[in-house]
Every structure is written in structure tokens, then in C-alpha cells.
Design a protein around this ligand. Structure first.
Ligand SMILES: CC(C)(COP(=O)(O)OP(=O)(O)OC[C@H]1O[C@@H](n2cnc3c(N)ncnc32)[C@H](O)[C@@H]1OP(=O)(O)O)[C@@H](O)C(=O)NCCC(=O)NCCS
Length: 209
């Protein structure tokens, strides 16, 4: 039977796998070091912003994860938070071999532009869902619903009024609509464009609690 538990450090490899499966960084980004960095920004960067970090496990295998900024846990020390976290990303990017400086600057500009716009669009939020995915082979079994229901309960118990999630055209955003979230904003992100190798279309959804 599937059970929910807190994320642990030794879940990192599996969570990166799940994220890669959902957003296909290895397929979309030709440079392997940049693809690895993208997975770290998603998993470790989201963890750094989160106080709720749960995974769903069945028979010892992690099948899904949900991280949220509001929560009752301590901030997870992923090493990718705050100024030091940003510096770490910058240093990793600058150290990538076989990538022109012009391309590195493009990545740095895209990361900054994404963050600046994202903050504007999500300003109203007092709880944010930062990362959410279920293994392709395990979708449709209600695991995503379980993870989300638990997070909504935590947010309600903390007195939060509104939960926000940023997603993109490649994600399963229909799931949010099915659960009552409303699209409140859209922006074009150069970072989503680089990550996906396609459109930069990014959506912001909100749910009133
Ligand atoms: C979104 C995601 C986590 C859903 O996980 P899941 O375990 O398959 O979802 P569940 O089986 O719990 O589905 C719960 C309900 O949502 C509905 N649902 C799932 N995907 C849906 C979609 N695209 N559109 C509308 N409804 C959807 C299901 O039909 C089910 O409905 P019910 O409760 O009325 O029976 C999964 O599709 C995923 O990992 N996608 C890739 C990553 C992603 O898109 N993450 C979220 C955006 S950032």
C-alpha cells in the first residue's frame, strides 16, 4: 500500500529521476551538465524554498513527491537556498565545460528574468506548491490526489487563505483545474523556453482555501 512520508536526503537521485521523466531535461537540453543543473534547480532549489516535503512510497519505491513553501517542517538544508544557493548555481554554470560564455550569460539572464516575473505574479500568495510529480507508470491511481489533499490540509491548519502554483504548458495543469484551481496569470519565461527547448509559456494557478 502506498504511504506518504517526509523526503530524505537519500531520495534525491530518485526524485531527480521523477522530475526528469516529467519534464525531459535529458531529452530537451543537449549539454549533460546543464541538464543535471536543471534537475538540481528543480529538486534542490524547490526544497530550499519548502517547509513541506513529502514523498509517496510503495514497496520501498518512491512514486511521487510534493513540496510546498508553507508547511510545518524546518526549511530543508538542500544547499540551494538564498544568496549562497544562487551563487552555487552561478558557479556551476560558469564551470560548465564546452559551453560558450555567451550561452552561459543567456542562462543566467533567463534564470533572473524568470525569478523577477514569477515574484510579481505570485505576490498575492501565502502558500505555494513548489514541486509536484508522480511516476508516469503510477499515474491515475490517486497518488497525486493524496499528496495534494495532505498539502491542502496542512495549509488550512496553518491558516493559509490561498495556494499558488506555477506551471508550464508541458505540465499536467488540467489536474489543477480538476481540483478547483483557477488560472490567474500567464507569463513568457525564457527559462522555461531553455528548459523545454520549446515554448516559454508559463501559467500561475491559485486555489482559495
Ligand atoms: C499532475 C500529476 C502529479 C497527477 O498525478 P496522478 O497521481 O496521476 O493523479 P491522480 O491519479 O491522483 O488524479 C486525481 C484526479 O485528478 C484527475 N486528473 C489527473 N490528471 C488530470 C488532467 N490532466 N486533467 C484533468 N483531470 C486530471 C484524475 O482524473 C483524478 O480525478 P478524480 O479524483 O475525480 O477521479 C501527474 O500527472 C504528473 O506527475 N504529471 C507530470 C508533472 C506535472 O505536471 N506536475 C504538476 C504540474 S507542476
Amino acid at each position: 500500500m502506498a504511504t506518504l512520508r517526509d523526503y530524505r536526503r537519500d531520495d534525491l537521485v530518485r526524485c531527480r529521476e521523477l522530475i526528469n521523466q516529467a519534464w525531459d531535461f535529458d531529452g530537451n537540453i543537449s549539454h549533460p551538465e546543464i541538464a543535471a543543473l536543471a534537475k538540481d534547480i528543480y529538486v534542490n532549489g524547490s526544497l530550499a524554498e519548502s517547509r513541506h516535503y513529502r514523498v509517496v512510497e510503495d514497496d520501498g519505491v518512491v512514486l511521487g513527491l510534493l513540496f510546498g513553501a508553507a508547511g510545518d517542517g524546518d526549511k530543508f538544508p538542500s544547499g540551494y537556498g538564498g544568496v549562497l544557493g544562487s551563487l552555487r548555481v552561478l558557479v556551476r554554470l560558469l564551470r560548465v565545460r564546452g559551453l560558450a560564455l555567451r550561452e552561459k550569460r543567456r542562462w543566467i539572464a533567463a534564470i533572473n528574468a524568470h525569478e523577477v516575473t514569477r515574484v510579481k505574479v505570485t505576490r498575492r500568495s501565502d502558500a505555494e506548491l513548489t514541486l509536484f510529480a508522480v511516476d508516469e507508470a503510477a499515474r491515475g491511481r490517486g497518488l497525486g490526489r493524496q499528496l495534494l489533499a495532505e498539502y491542502l490540509d496542512v495549509c488550512r491548519s496553518l491558516g493559509k487563505n490561498r495556494i499558488t502554483v506555477e506551471t508550464d504548458v508541458y505540465s499536467n495543469f488540467g489536474f489543477y483545474e480538476h481540483h478547483g484551481f483557477v488560472r490567474v496569470g500567464e507569463f513568457d519565461s525564457p527559462l522555461t523556453e531553455l528548459f523545454s527547448g520549446g515554448s516559454g509559456e508559463t501559467y500561475v494557478y491559485e486555489l482559495e482555501l
